[in-house]
Design a protein around this ligand. Structure first.
Ligand code: SAH
Length: 406
């Protein structure tokens, strides 16, 4: 872990300045939080700055643009923190951003289980902070925030006083910023899975060993929406992870739910949570590859009233777009084939490289490949604890479609 405190509350005079190229200030002045490396005068002095340095940004004509985190080795070389170019970036600043984010979540949700910081949209570029009651899980996915880790932890302590704080710093995003990966308890201990409550339902998640930070809070509203259809219905949840959709449906009175995932550990948590809630006899868990299982079910003419398909990102980078698009189309076809006539399909994409219109088109094609008619009931996104920065519409990564299929 590399943290340096030399810059964090530096007086304005001691803060290095980077200069934008001619004309490059337009987007920043219009409120865009990112400055690309080709928009900055990469002088030897700028190039020599340590990754994550807090800098003052000025336009070519000398006009101040703001305070930013600077990484000369990243395509996103500047991440603006504030339009005040002299603002002290210290634990106090970070605590104010945390407090603002906390006030929003307290307004949105009555229980302390949510994404508390969603990066740029919450004014902390690259930071993800998920809250499981008194346990917090932090990711610092930008060199700047890695460098500010000590004051960030101090601010978290000040604002939230968690019992445990896990640094789940093993995300692929860190590689783009030249950061190493590690998982480390910054405070307290974390033994085994945690219990969390969402939409009044108890779930189990494992922030240390699970996917990402342990739980996908982004699907909260979508799980609730699917659950409203679930009473007395049968539901298939493919890519179920810890049973987010499956158990929400069981709680809403589904007759029978089947969760499919390739992760034994995730299914074990789903199964334990089902037992904990007393729904074990209505829930089935199958460890399998999703496409193989869907193909087998389709072949056996096995139908469900509702199918949920919420896969991992099929388009991890722009070069995967063609292949990933075909995978979404195939997933739509196979999962729709397992929907009984008149039943429902909820299908999602969390690939930020897959634009909403294209996703909807691939899903439409997949269903059309079966020669079945469908109607779109809802196009959804992530829950509001995953806000979108208005200037970064591409950060609205989650797309969900709810359809009825004849
Ligand atoms: N729907 C879940 C989140 C899904 S995350 C929720 O509501 O929380 C994606 C899941 O897909 C992970 O649990 C991962 O184990 C699983 N997965 C990835 N590839 C898979 C495959 N080929 N077959 C089945 N499951 C897969």
């Amino acid at each position: 872990m590399t943290t340096a405190n030399d810059n964090i509350s530096a007086p304005a005079g001691g803060r290095p300045t980077v200069t934008l190229r001619k004309g490059a200030q337009r987007r920043a002045l219009a409120g865009h939080p990112w400055i690309y490396s080709n928009e900055i005068e990469m002088t030897p002095a700028a190039k020599a700055l340590p990754p994550g340095q807090v800098v003052r940004v000025k336009a070519e004509d000398g006009r101040p643009i703001g305070t930013a985190l600077f990484n000369p080795h990243s395509l996103i070389a500047g991440r603006l923190l504030d339009t005040d170019a002299n603002l002290a970036i210290d634990a106090g600043f970070l605590a104010r951003r945390l407090e603002r984010a906390l006030a929003l979540r307290a307004r949105l949700y009555d229980k302390p289980f949510y994404r508390l910081i969603h990066a740029e949209a919450d004014g902390l570029p690259g930071v993800v902070l998920d809250r499981f009651g008194d346990t917090l899980v932090l990711q610092t996915n930008s060199a700047g925030m890695e460098r500010l880790l000590d004051p960030l932890i101090e601010a978290i302590e000040r604002v939230l006083r968690p019992e445990a704080l896990l640094l789940r710093n093993d995300s692929p995003a860190r590689k783009l910023e030249g950061l190493e990966t590690y998982v480390h308890m910054a405070k307290g201990t974390l033994e085994g899975p945690l219990s969390l409550e969402e939409n009044g339902v108890r779930f189990l998640a494992d922030p240390r060993e699970g996917q990402k930070t342990g739980w996908f809070f982004d699907q909260r509203e979508n799980r609730a929406r699917v659950a409203t259809l679930a009473k007395d219905m049968s539901l298939l949840d493919v890519y179920s992870y810890c049973g987010g959709f499956a158990l929400a449906a069981a709680a809403a009175g589904a007759r029978e739910v089947t969760a499919v995932d390739r992760s034994e550990a995730a299914l074990a948590l789903a199964e334990q949570a089902a037992a904990l809630n007393g729904w074990a006899e209505r829930c089935r868990f199958r460890r399998a590859d999703a496409f193989t299982e869907l193909e087998a079910m389709a072949k056996a003419k096995q139908n469900f009233d509702i199918v949920v398909a919420d896969p991992p990102a099929f388009v991890k980078s722009k070069k995967d777009l063609g292949q990933g698009s075909r995978a979404y189309r195939k997933l739509a076809r196979l999962s729709a084939e397992c929907v009984r006539p008149g039943g429902f399909l909820f299908i999602a994409s969390c690939s930020h490289n897959m634009e909403a219109g294209l996703f909807a088109e691939e899903v439409r094609r997949g269903i059309h490949d079966l020669a079945r008619e469908a109607r779109l009931l809802a196009s959804t996104g992530a829950a509001p604890d995953h806000p979108v920065h208005p200037a970064l519409p591409e950060s609205a990564y989650l797309k969900g479609l709810l359809l009825q299929i004849d």
